[in-house]
Design a protein around this ligand. Structure first.
Ligand SMILES: [Zn+2]
Length: 127
C-alpha cells in the first residue's frame, strides 16, 4: 500500500487543475496564482514558479476571454434580430453576456493556460 500523499508532494494533474481554478499555483497547489482579480502574480510565493514569462497567459486570457463570450453573444444577437425582438433587447442582451462573462472567462483562461504550460514543462522556477 503506497504511503498517503504528503502536502509537499506535487499535485496530480487533476488536483493541479483544480488548484489553478481556485486561484492557486498548479505546481505546488499552495501559492497564489493571481495578484488581483484578473492579474497573474509574477511568481509563486511558495515554489517560485514563474507563471507568465512570455506573456502567453495574458494573450490566452484575452483571446479566450473575449472570444468565447462573443461566440455566445453574436448568435444570440442575430437570433433576437431574426425574431424581430426590440432593437434595444437585440443589442443589450448580447452586450450583457459579454460584459458579464468576460472577467470570469479571462480569469479561467489564464488559470487553465498556466496549468497547461506547467504540465507541459514550459514554466521555470526562479526570481
Ligand atoms: Zn507554487
Amino acid at each position: 500500500m503506497p504511503p498517503p500523499p504528503s502536502p509537499h508532494d506535487p499535485p496530480t494533474r487533476l488536483r493541479a487543475l483544480a488548484a489553478a481554478l481556485r486561484g492557486r499555483c498548479p505546481h505546488c497547489a499552495r501559492g497564489r496564482l493571481f495578484r488581483r482579480l484578473l492579474e497573474l502574480a509574477d511568481t509563486c510565493d511558495v515554489c517560485s514558479l514563474r507563471f507568465d514569462d512570455d506573456g502567453s497567459a495574458v494573450t490566452a486570457g484575452m483571446v479566450f476571454g473575449f472570444g468565447v463570450p462573443l461566440l455566445v453573444a453574436l448568435p444570440l444577437g442575430f437570433a433576437l434580430i431574426a425574431r424581430d425582438a426590440p432593437l434595444a433587447m437585440s443589442l443589450g442582451a448580447p452586450a450583457a453576456v459579454v460584459i458579464g462573462a468576460v472577467p470570469a472567462v479571462v480569469r479561467f483562461s489564464k488559470a487553465v493556460w498556466v496549468w497547461l504550460m506547467d504540465g507541459l514543462g514550459y514554466l521555470t522556477t526562479g526570481t
